[in-house]
Design a protein around this ligand. Sequence first.
Ligand SMILES: NC(=O)c1ccc[n+]([C@@H]2O[C@H](COP(=O)([O-])OP(=O)(O)OC[C@H]3O[C@@H](n4cnc5c(N)ncnc54)[C@H](OP(=O)(O)O)[C@@H]3O)[C@@H](O)[C@H]2O)c1
Length: 330
Amino acid sequence: MLMRAVVQSGPGGVGTLSISMVEKPVASAGQLLVRVMAAGLNRADIVQREGHYPAPEGASPILGLEIAGVVEAVGGPSRFKAGDAVFGLLQGGAYADYALLDEALAIPKPDSMSWAEAASLPEVWMTAWLNLVDVADLQAGERFLVHAGASGVGAAAIQLACLLGAEAVASASADEKLDFCRELGAVQAFNARREPVFSAQIKAKGGVDVILDPVGGSYFRENLACLKPDGRLVVIGIMGGRSAELNLGLLLVKRLRIMGSTLRSQPLAVRERLARALEQVVLPAIAAGKARVTLDSIYPLSAVADAHLYMEDNSNLGKVVLDLSQVMQM
Ligand SMILES: NC(=O)c1ccc[n+]([C@@H]2O[C@H](COP(=O)([O-])OP(=O)(O)OC[C@H]3O[C@@H](n4cnc5c(N)ncnc54)[C@H](OP(=O)(O)O)[C@@H]3O)[C@@H](O)[C@H]2O)c1
């Protein structure tokens, strides 16, 4: 059986993407075959498309890390059955009419949520949870800084920090994005790209305990300057370069911790725990109006190249999602 999917002729720009018919996957034990109704876009998809972030061994080479859709078949005993509406995190394969979702990572889709809204949640909220809760151990009352605060991950991180009782500070590159960060709960928002020596204004308010940084090299020096004693820096991206000089003296004197992580490389058991946090803590918070889905735009699958260009242009506030609910004639 064949299905529609986004395929790539090789690493490169959006011109390498096209829609084609490929073999439909078959669910093994522990997997659900899901008819994909919506797939979330992530910056990682762009980096993978460019050839800098290959899919892990055994994962689908098709782009896309998160889906919402209808269970078509189960590969073994499961709490789900055909016809159930689910969403969840993948290691690849979301940009297709059908995808395999690990049963352990599947989450029932709330009726109140659209397909696109549900597909926008797993990658960013699970990344935020992993890094704020597990890696940095962010505590209530602490002060937290996230860079690229209006990105998908940034929007989730600001909101999670607030849910944890911490005080969120965010950087972003445009006034509209800074307003968006404030609406999500940031008490301070600034343009780190326009003000490269941004530590002065953070230190003026006492510094921060934890930084979540997807930028890396270009912000490293200022990040260390922003941190209070016992501060933690978690690097989750290298959009601003992969290398930087480290002042070891600062590390010692301020007792700093510098850490890094990727969600995709986590063992299934860790990703399962993060899926339960999303299901049992984040979804109720959204239902109670204490957090919200930050959906920027929805593109039909046929416009996948436009969706990538929009994200590459740093235009999105929150999430971009592909709509696969319409069956396209080919
Ligand atoms: N390690 C992990 O497990 C993990 C998981 C998910 C995401 N990530 C990383 O988290 C970041 C956000 O991902 P996303 O999917 O949420 O992205 P996104 O929505 O596409 O947002 C990315 C934002 O980063 C900012 N940016 C881009 N290039 C930059 C540069 N050179 N210097 C500073 N800021 C830059 C832009 O915001 P401004 O216009 O405000 O500058 C851009 O809108 C990415 O770096 C991604 O790789 C890591």
